[in-house]
Write a protein that binds this ligand. Structure first.
Ligand SMILES: [Zn+2]
Length: 201
């Protein structure tokens, strides 16, 4: 279900796209705010149509959540790396838990790069070794690097830290992985130093 017009106005106001009344009516300024939001984040011309449909609803929810939960990340850092080749850039709604956890990880380990964020199904299928049901396509996974992911023992520490956070599902890197209390060896050289972190919800 799409957000109510009131909710859209509240979110757009919080994000700085709307300065008018929260009245639940789609007037000139509300329409302009939809357009400005799309223009800022969508990659493809065809998606910047000013119409509030499913894609814009996902975009607004994601923009609002990143603003609410992530003081050190921008929405763009979570955009699909196809860069508009196959999707709007925001093919799924981001998990509240994922965003909160990633911010906590940032608080603990410092500047963190999201090396693999949201993925549309087409982009996901082009990544070597990726599963078609990857949580990247569901807004529940990111791969990250930071100053503390350079060697395996540090990456293990990050993976174990992930399991102290909300709704951890599994987490792995080249060398080692964990799901719940179980750990396993991983051979994923294409991951480089990155750590995959995901949530079950
Ligand atoms: Zn994509």
């Amino acid at each position: 279900m799409l957000l109510s017009v009131k909710k859209r106005q509240e979110y757009l106001k919080e994000l700085g796209f709307y300065k008018d009344k929260i009245d639940g009516k789609v007037g000139k300024n509300t329409k302009q705010a939809y357009k400005d939001l799309q223009n800022k984040y969508f990659f493809r011309k065809q998606d910047k149509d000013g119409v509030y449909g499913k894609n814009t609803d996902i975009l607004l929810r994601n923009a609002y959540k990143v603003h609410k939960y992530c003081k050190n990340f921008k929405l763009e850092e979570f955009a699909c790396h196809c860069k508009g080749k196959y999707c709007t850039g925001y093919p799924a709604e981001l998990s509240d838990y994922l965003l909160q956890n990633v911010q906590k990880l940032r608080n603990k380990y410092g500047a963190t790069t999201i090396t693999s964020p949201l993925r549309c199904k087409t982009w996901n299928s082009k990544q070597s070794g990726s599963s078609s049901t990857s949580n990247h396509t569901k807004g529940r996974a990111v791969d990250i690097t930071n100053a503390h992911t350079k060697n395996l023992s540090d990456r293990k520490e990050i993976i174990n830290y992930w399991f102290t956070l909300q709704k951890p599902n599994y987490s792995y890197c080249n060398g080692w992985g964990r799901k719940g209390k179980k750990s396993y060896k991983v051979n994923a050289k294409n991951m480089g130093n990155a750590v995959h972190c995901d949530t079950s919800k």
